[in-house]
Design a protein around this ligand. Structure first.
Ligand code: SAH
Length: 411
């Protein structure tokens, strides 16, 4: 696998070096501005683009549709970045897109120096394949497209200029994705200096330590920021179970902001539970107990031991990697939610999440309907939430909508 660093830098002009011709009748999604051209839709390529080069997309009879970046190693052959023939994919365009992304977060009030927010959300910010998270004075970048990897120098220089962080770190892409794109990117420092230890960021008045070099994702689950706050509003006086707690975001919000009676936070990773413990202490939450255990076993053990809670939070990792595994994922969601409901007192609150993009919101809600039926206890949906507004979703690429967070009351 070539490292993107070994590839020549893309031509600065941003002009196409080749034209990708679609098969007949395959152009419709792109007239709808969908940004992903799969290999199966491509009839032929006129020219010989290198991976990451600028190409035009044309109908089978040669009419311009869009302009994007080529990757022969990916099933996602072309990622589209403009549908206007006069727009070139040069540094000025990337800069304008980054400026627009930064301006959105500023307008959302998510630009406090000691705060954290997603600055760039891939297709949601018209920058397919690029994710940038800001944690205080540092940025963590993830690239999921080879074409973005080839442009990392200019992208990080622009980010330095626009946001002036102390350092920008590259976090290696998800291993599965990396394989799909033919990308091999070890973690490294792109600009400035790396933090010496954890970074401390503020979220809705609480403080969380984030490990930028070792943590999951880019170090923290920013997408759940507002959901942690929403859950906390129901926690008052309740005994709370935070299952799959990672660094304790929900647990701490419920204990401190929500004034829960007590919280039991559980995660399978001891690194995660160490972070959760530290974050509970940092926020003076003495009533948070943290335990390292497998969620499936722990849920069964709590139920069999006759334990009851006033609130159960379930925020598991992605159960479905693709549509093919969505059914299996739904069975796993059913299983944990069924036990979650069994653990709740009458009138208890279930906060249940799914970050599997291939499990639709409707399918997730129907699964919960099945749980209510099997448990013989009506479930009332109080809030059906998603990721926060710093995770925008493009109306032309609904694949970007992945997070479900349902708050429900159990009879
Ligand atoms: N709620 C967290 C994010 C949870 S991410 C927050 O707000 O920050 C999902 C978590 O599930 C990860 O921390 C992972 O370590 C944990 N996990 C994955 N499989 C698990 C299992 N079988 N048992 C317990 N925890 C598990």
């Amino acid at each position: 696998m070539p490292t993107p660093q070994a590839l020549p830098a893309p031509a600065a002009s941003g002009l196409p070096v080749a034209t990708v011709i679609l098969k007949p009748k395959r152009a419709r999604p792109f007239f709808g501005r969908h940004p992903w051209v799969l290999d199966a839709a491509v009839a032929r390529v006129e020219g010989s683009p290198a991976d990451g080069d600028v190409v035009d997309l044309a109908t089978h009879d040669g009419k311009f549709i869009a302009r994007g970046l080529w990757n022969s190693a990916s099933r996602l052959r072309v990622r589209l970045y403009t549908f206007a023939a006069e727009v070139t994919l040069d540094d000025a365009l990337w800069r304008a897109r980054l400026e627009s992304a930064v301006a959105l977060r500023r307008s959302l009030g998510l630009d406090a120096r000691d705060g954290a927010a997603r600055l760039v959300n891939s297709e949601g910010d018209d920058l397919s394949g690029l994710i940038v998270d800001r944690y205080g004075d540092y940025l963590a970048v993830q690239v999921t497209a080879l074409a973005m990897a080839r442009r990392l120098d200019t992208l990080s220089a622009t980010l330095m200029d626009l946001v002036a962080p102390r350092g920008i770190l590259l976090r290696g892409a998800d291993r599965g994705l990396a394989k799909l794109e033919g990308l091999q990117l070890p973690d490294r420092l792109l600009c400035g200096t790396a933090p010496e230890g954890p970074i401390f960021v503020r979220e809705h008045g609480l403080t969380f330590g984030v490990d930028l070099t070792e943590g999951q994702k880019t170090g923290y689950y920013l997408d759940q920021r507002d959901n942690r706050q929403a859950a906390a509003r129901y926690a008052r006086g309740r005994r709370v179970l935070d299952m799959f707690c990672y660094s304790g975001g929900f647990a701490v919000a419920c204990a401190v902001t929500g004034a829960a009676r007590s919280v039991l936070a559980v995660d399978g990773s001891s690194r995660a539970t160490a972070l959760a413990k530290a974050n509970a202490e940092l926020n003076g939450a003495a009533n948070v107990a943290v335990e390292t255990a497998d969620a499936f076993e722990k849920l069964d053990a709590l139920r069999d031991g006759g334990e009851r809670f006033g609130m159960v939070i379930l925020d598991p990792p992605k159960f479905a990697r693709s549509r093919a595994t969505a059914e299996d994922a739904l069975r796993a969601y059913h299983r944990i939610n069924r036990v979650g409901v069994d653990l709740l007192d009458p009138g208890g609150i279930l906060v249940t999440c799914s970050c599997s993009g291939s499990v639709s919101r409707d399918a997730f809600l129907e699964m919960l309907g099945g749980v209510a039926q099997r448990a013989g206890r009506p479930l009332q949906f109080l809030e059906c939430r998603g990721a926060g507004p710093d995770h925008p979703v493009s109306a032309s690429c609904l694949e970007g909508e992945y997070l479900k967070c349902v708050i429900a009351r159990v009879a």
